[in-house]
Design a protein around this ligand. Sequence first.
Ligand SMILES: Nc1ncnc2c1ncn2[C@@H]1O[C@H](COP(=O)(O)OP(=O)(O)OP(=O)(O)O)[C@@H](O)[C@H]1O
Length: 276
Amino acid sequence: MSIPDFTGIEPESSWTGLKSDEAWPRQPALSIRGLSKRFGDLVAVDSIDLDVPVGSFYGLVGPNGAGKTTTLSMSTGLMRPDSGTIRIQGVDVWEHPLEAKRLVGVLADGVRLFDRLTGEQLVTYSGLLSGMDRPTVAVRVADLLRLLDLEVAAGTLVVDYSAGMTKKIALACALVHAPRLLVLDEPFESVDPVSAANIRDILAGYVKSGGTVIVSSHAMDLVQRMCDHVAVIAAGRVLAAGTIDEVRAGASLEDRFVELVGGRHHSEGPEWLRIS
Ligand SMILES: Nc1ncnc2c1ncn2[C@@H]1O[C@H](COP(=O)(O)OP(=O)(O)OP(=O)(O)O)[C@@H](O)[C@H]1O
């Protein structure tokens, strides 16, 4: 599939007025230091350090409740950390939130969309909010609806979308301003296999052009095939991080994950669940 212009990285930001070198010096796409978050007595994120290189396709994996969504929410300015710093291409997310948010496209898990708009209106609204002119937004919206197989549903209210369609329209909103960094929390959940393959192509083209993707997922084989880097998080801490080959150390990522995280029960289930 050919990747349209909206995924291309502009050499100069017309709306920040900064030349590329000034706007995006060679720093990690995302740099996290000492990041922590508590909910009451629960330490959800426990002093995490992580660097995501520019141009990487970075997987974030971990068991349920590991702290992935909390980490990504704090990293994209959606949730205030208790402590720690987060920089997107050198811009401190919590000191300069507007500047940082221009650099990032976010597909958040469980965040409500303006679902009384149609899909087309919602993506258009996202594009206009990021400061693009109407004709540019219109071209990008048409491209995204076509690429994500949402053309037929373009005029349907988002509240009437299926789970997978909602995921795809939220992804379109994250992509429309061609951000430098894409942070996608479980982007393939509920998405059909054909659409998932199309999305993977779009993301691969985006990374090839210099963009950076961070994706949280429970699908180990997908992360192993799709990503070039991975971090394994459990109980709010980073257990391993690096290139896929470094982290899996000769094993499959899934086996390495189980080894690092533990928790396999090796049980065939309770007696009362046996039918005969
Ligand atoms: N708003 C909140 N209030 C209280 N506890 C929370 C809140 N958000 C998350 N938690 C808790 O923080 C921990 C980390 O949750 P988080 O959603 O970050 O995990 P996760 O790795 O994304 O999990 P999953 O893979 O199941 O989506 C969990 O124990 C969760 O119950």
